[in-house]
Design a protein around this ligand. Structure first.
Ligand code: IPM
Ligand code: MG
Length: 355
C-alpha cells in the first residue's frame, strides 16, 4: 500500500489533479497495487482555513506519505498578500526545501503526434527527448534577500546566489547516472564566464566527471543553451543546471513539445518525492474545463516509476497518453487542424479508456 498526499492547490490544479488521481485509481485495479489518497490544503484554501498557505498539518501529511501529488499554486487573491505570505514563497518553496527535494526532473519529449503543435519547424523538434535536472533547493530562490532604502531615497533590492560543492555534487551525480541509462550525453549549463557560483559549479562538475567516463560531458553557457534549444534541440540528452536557469530553460523547452501543458515533473532527493506539472495555476482558464490534464497525468506516471518502481504501470499511462494523441484528441492548448477538441475531464477519461 502506497500513501499519496494530494494537494490540488489553486486554479486549474483543482481540475487536473482529480484526473491524475482517477488515473492512479485505475492503475491500482489493473496492476494489482494499492494507493491510499490523503487530501491536504495548500495556498488559497489553506490560507482561508488556517491563515497560512502551507499549514503544519499539510506539511505533516506530506512527510508521512510515500509521494506527493501537487497541482499548482497561485491565484489573483493570493497575489494581493505581502510577499512572505504569497504561495510561491510561503508554500511551494518551503515544501520543496522541507522535503529535501534538491533535484527537479523535467522530461521534454516531443511525441510524433504533437510535432505540428510546436511553434518550431517539424524537422527541428521531431524526435526530441531531453531530460532536465534542475537544482531545486538552492541558488537565488533560497539565498538571503534584502530591501533597503538608500540615503537619497533610492530603493535597493538584493537576492543572493549561493551554492556549495555538496549541493552541486549531489545533483550532478544524479544527472550523470540518468545520462548513463539514456544516450550518455550530459550538458552542464552555467554562466561561468561571469558568475562565481557558476565557476564553482563547473569545477565541481569537472571533478565528478571521471567517475562517469562512459558519459560524454559538455559545458554550455546558459544564454547559448537558450539559443541551442530552439536551434537544434536534438543535440541534448540530459541537461543539468542550477535552480533559476532550470526554471527558465524548462519553460522554454516545454514549447518544443507544443505546450507547457505537456510538461511533467518529478522532484526527488528526499524520503518523499513530489510530482507536479511544470505549469502554473492558470487562473484565466480555471473552472472552465479547458485545462490540459496531461502534464499532471504524466507526472503521476513519473510517480509510479520513481517512487513506487512500477515501471510497467508507468509505461502504460504514457502509452495511453500517446494513443489519445494519435487518435486525434486535443485540449485547446495543443489543438491542431483536423483534431477533435476536448475538455479536461474528457481528456482524462480518454486516457483511462486506453489503459
Ligand atoms: C516552477 C514554477 C515555480 C518556480 C514558481 C511557481 C515559484 O515556475 O515550478 O517552475 O519558479 O520554481
Ligand atoms: Mg517555472
Amino acid at each position: 500500500m502506497f500513501k499519496i498526499a494530494v494537494l490540488a492547490g489553486d486554479g486549474i490544479g483543482r481540475e487536473i489533479v482529480p484526473e491524475a488521481v482517477a488515473t492512479l485509481k485505475l492503475i491500482a485495479e489493473k496492476y494489482d497495487c494499492a494507493f491510499e489518497f490523503t487530501e491536504a490544503l495548500i495556498s488559497e484554501d489553506a490560507y482561508e482555513k488556517y491563515g497560512h498557505p502551507l499549514p503544519p498539518q499539510t506539511l505533516e501529511i506530506c512527510k508521512q506519505a510515500d509521494a506527493v501529488l501537487l497541482g499548482a499554486v497561485g491565484s489573483p487573491k493570493m497575489d494581493l498578500l505581502p510577499p512572505e505570505l504569497r504561495p510561491e514563497r510561503a508554500a511551494l518553496l518551503p515544501l520543496r526545501k522541507e522535503l529535501g527535494l534538491f533535484a527537479n526532473l523535467r522530461p521534454v519529449i516531443v511525441y510524433d503526434e504533437l510535432v505540428a503543435a510546436s511553434t518550431l519547424k517539424p524537422e527541428v523538434v521531431r524526435g526530441v527527448d531531453i531530460l532536465t535536472f534542475r537544482e531545486l533547493t538552492g541558488g537565488l530562490y533560497f539565498g538571503p534577500k534584502k530591501r533597503t532604502t538608500l540615503a537619497d531615497g533610492t530603493e535597493e533590492a538584493v537576492d543572493t546566489l549561493v551554492y556549495n560543492t555538496k549541493e552541486i555534487e549531489r545533483i550532478v551525480r544524479l544527472a550523470f547516472e540518468a545520462a548513463r541509462s539514456r544516450r550518455k550525453k550530459l550538458t552542464s549549463v552555467d554562466k561561468a564566464n561571469v558568475l562565481e557560483s557558476s565557476r564553482l559549479w563547473r569545477e565541481t562538475v569537472l571533478k565528478i566527471a571521471p567517475e562517469h567516463p562512459d558519459v560524454e560531458l559538455n559545458h554550455m553557457y546558459v544564454d547559448n543553451c537558450a539559443m541551442q534549444l530552439v536551434r537544434w534541440p536534438g543535440q541534448f540528452d540530459v541537461i543539468v543546471t542550477e535552480n533559476m536557469f532550470g526554471d527558465i530553460l524548462t519553460d522554454q523547452a516545454s514549447m518544443l513539445s507544443g505546450s507547457l501543458g505537456m510538461l511533467a515533473s518529478a522532484s526527488i532527493g528526499g524520503k518523499v518525492a513530489l510530482y507536479e506539472p511544470a505549469h502554473g495555476s492558470a487562473p484565466d482558464i480555471a473552472g472552465q474545463d479547458l485545462a490540459n490534464p496531461l502534464a499532471t497525468i504524466l507526472s503521476a506516471a513519473l510517480m509510479l516509476r520513481y517512487s513506487f518502481k512500477l515501471e510497467e504501470a508507468a509505461a502504460a499511462v504514457e502509452k495511453a497518453v500517446r494513443q489519445v494523441l494519435a487518435d486525434g484528441y486535443r485540449t485547446a492548448d495543443i489543438m491542431a487542424e483536423g483534431c477533435k477538441k476536448v475538455g479536461t475531464k474528457e481528456m482524462g477519461e480518454l486516457v483511462r479508456n486506453r489503459i
